[in-house]
Design a protein around this ligand. Structure first.
Ligand SMILES: Cc1ncc(COP(=O)(O)O)c(C=O)c1O
Length: 437
C-alpha cells in the first residue's frame, strides 16, 4: 500500500520491508516494544506543517490573520511549546489550559479565553495573568467580568460570542451556532443586541470584536460564508453606533479526513471562502478590515496522531460478528461512543498480508458501546498483533479518562526517525495519587 496519498495518516507514514507501519520514520513495532500499548504517536512534522499551512493559506489572502490553536483538541507542555514556536495564538477554555500553556512559556496576551461558564476565579486569574482577550458568552459573565476588572482597576479586552442561527450540519452534540445551544448570545432572540450595548457601556471592558463558532467538524464551506454574511448584515447598525470592530472570529471547526472516502476541503478552500466573504462585507459596509482570528484545533493535530493498540482476545459469533478486542478503547478514545465517530484501522504489523476478514474492533472497557471501529476489513489478526487507528490526534487523549481504573496511555512524539516521550504512561500509583482513605 502506498501511503503517500492516504490523507488520514500523518504525512510521513510508510510500510517497511517487514510489512510494519512506520510513522515519522519510526517503526511502530519497535515503539510498542519500547513504550507498551496503548500508545499515542504524534508526528511533529505534520503538526508543524498544518500550523504553517493555516498561517500561509490565510495570511496570503488576508494578511491580518492570527491563527489561534484551539488547545482543547490536544494540549500538554510539548504541544503548547510547538504552538508558540509556530507563532500561533491560543484558544483556551479553562484555568487548567491556561496554566499548562503558561508553564510551557506561552504568552498570555496571545490567549483567547472561551467558555460558557467560566468561574469568577478563572476570570480573575485570567485578568491577573494578562490574558489578551476573554470571549464573553453570557450576560452574567459580562457583569461579573466588568466588576472583577473594576476591582483590579484595569480594562479587560473582550470579544462577544454570538450565535447566528446557522446550522453547520455536524453531529448534534457538536453543533454550536444554532438557536437551541448553551453557547453565546443569540442574534435571533435579540439578546446579542443587548449584549453589544452592555459591552460598549461597561466601564472596565474594552469590546475588541465579535466571535462565533458553528460546530465541528464542518465538511461544508457554505456555513462559514452564510454565517459571516448574516453576522455582518446584523452588525451594520452597530457600526454607526460606535462598534469599532478590531477583531473578528468565525471560530474553528475545520474538518479532517477520518475515512479515506470522506476527505475534507483543503485549508485553502476554507481560507478562500472565509476571507473573500469577510473582505466583501467590509467593503460593502465601508469599514476597516478587522484582524481575523481563526481557531483550528482538530485540523492542526488530528491527522498527526496515530493510536497503537495490541490485539488481545477474539470472540466469533457465527453469522453475526467477530469481535477483536484491543488493550485500549473508550478510555482513550470516547469519540465513537459519544459521537458515532468512524475511523479507519490497519493491522500495523501485518501491512503486507493479504488474507482479510471483517472484524469489529472492541475496547477493553466494561461497556457494550465500547467499540472503536465497527465491521472493518483487516488482515486476520492474532493475539499480540498491533492495530493502528489514524486521525487520533484530536479529542482522544484530550477527552480521555481513567474509567475502569485504566492508566492513560503514553504519548510519543516522532519526527524524522527520532522519538521522544511527551507524556509518560500513567501508573497504578498515579490512579490513587490524590486519594485520601
Ligand atoms: C470556540 C471554539 N473555537 C474553536 C474550536 C475548535 O474546533 P476544531 O477543533 O473543530 O477546530 C472549538 C471547539 O469546540 C470551539 O468551541
Amino acid at each position: 500500500m502506498d501511503f503517500s496519498n492516504i490523507d488520514v495518516f500523518p504525512m510521513d507514514t510508510k510500510i517497511n520491508s517487514e510489512g510494519v507501519l512506520e510513522v515519522g520514520g519510526c517503526d511502530v513495532l519497535s515503539l510498542a516494544k519500547a513504550h507498551g500499548t496503548p500508545l499515542y504517536l504524534y508526528d511533529e512534522k505534520t503538526i508543524r506543517s498544518m500550523a504553517q499551512t493555516f498561517v500561509s493559506e490565510f495570511t496570503s489572502r488576508y494578511p491580518k490573520t492570527s491563527v489561534a490553536y484551539a488547545s482543547k483538541a490536544f494540549l500538554n507542555l510539548a504541544m503548547a511549546k510547538i504552538a508558540n514556536e509556530e507563532n500561533l495564538s491560543l484558544d483556551v477554555v479553562s484555568g487548567g489550559e491556561i496554566a499548562v500553556a503558561q508553564a510551557a512559556g506561552f504568552p498570555s496576551n496571545k490567549m483567547y479565553f472561551h467558555g460558557n461558564n467560566k468561574t469568577p476565579q478563572e476570570l480573575s486569574e485570567a485578568i491577573d495573568l494578562g490574558v489578551g482577550t476573554i470571549v464573553v458568552d453570557g450576560f452574567q459573565e459580562l457583569d461579573i467580568l466588568n466588576n472583577i476588572a473594576k476591582s483590579k482597576n484595569t480594562k479587560q479586552g473582550i470579544m462577544l460570542r454570538l450565535s447566528p442561527s446557522v446550522d453547520a450540519h455536524t453531529h448534534a452534540h457538536t453543533t454550536t451556532g444554532i438557536l437551541d445551544v448553551k453557547f453565546g448570545f443569540s442574534i435571533e432572540t435579540g439578546e446579542s443586541s443587548i449584549a453589544i450595548k452592555q459591552a460598549l457601556d461597561s466601564s472596565n471592558l474594552k469590546l475588541q470584536g465579535i466571535h462565533f463558532h458553528l460546530g465541528s467538524p464542518i465538511f461544508a464551506l457554505e456555513p462559514y460564508s452564510t454565517a459571516i454574511d448574516t453576522v455582518f448584515d446584523y452588525l451594520k447598525p452597530f457600526f454607526k453606533q460606535g462598534l469599532d470592530l478590531k477583531k473578528f472570529s468565525p471560530g474553528g471547526g475545520f474538518a479532517i479526513g477520518y475515512l479515506q472516502k470522506q476527505l475534507p476541503p483543503s485549508v485553502g478552500d476554507y481560507a478562500e471562502v472565509i476571507t473573500s466573504m469577510l473582505k466583501n462585507k467590509c467593503d460593502d459596509l465601508e469599514i476597516d478590515y478587522p484582524e481575523l482570528i481563526i481557531e483550528p484545533g482538530r485540523s492542526i493535530v488530528g491527522r498527526a496522531g496515530v493510536a497503537i493498540y495490541t490485539v488481545g482476545v477474539t470472540k466469533v459469533i457465527p453469522n453475526v460478528r467477530t469481535y477483536v478486542s484491543l488493550d485500549g478503547g473508550m478510555g482513550d478514545n470516547i469519540r465513537p461512543a459519544l459521537y458515532d465517530a468512524q475511523y479507519e484501522a490497519v493491522a500495523a504489523t501485518k501491512m503486507s498480508n493479504t488474507d482479510f476478514e471483517t472484524v469489529t474492533l472492541a475496547g477493553k472497557y466494561c461497556e457494550t458501546g465500547d467499540i472503536l471501529v465497527k465491521d472493518v476489513s483487516l488482515p486476520i489478526l492474532d493475539s499480540g498483533d498491533l492495530v493502528a487507528i489514524p486521525a487520533s490526534g484530536a479529542y482522544c487523549i484530550a477527552m480521555s479518562s481513567n474509567y475502569n481504573m485504566n492508566p492513560r496511555p503514553e504519548i510519543v512524539m516522532v519526527s524524522d526517525g527520532d522519538s521522544r516521550i511527551i507524556r509518560k504512561r500513567e501508573t497504578y500509583q498515579d490512579l490513587m495519587a490524590l486519594d485520601l482513605s
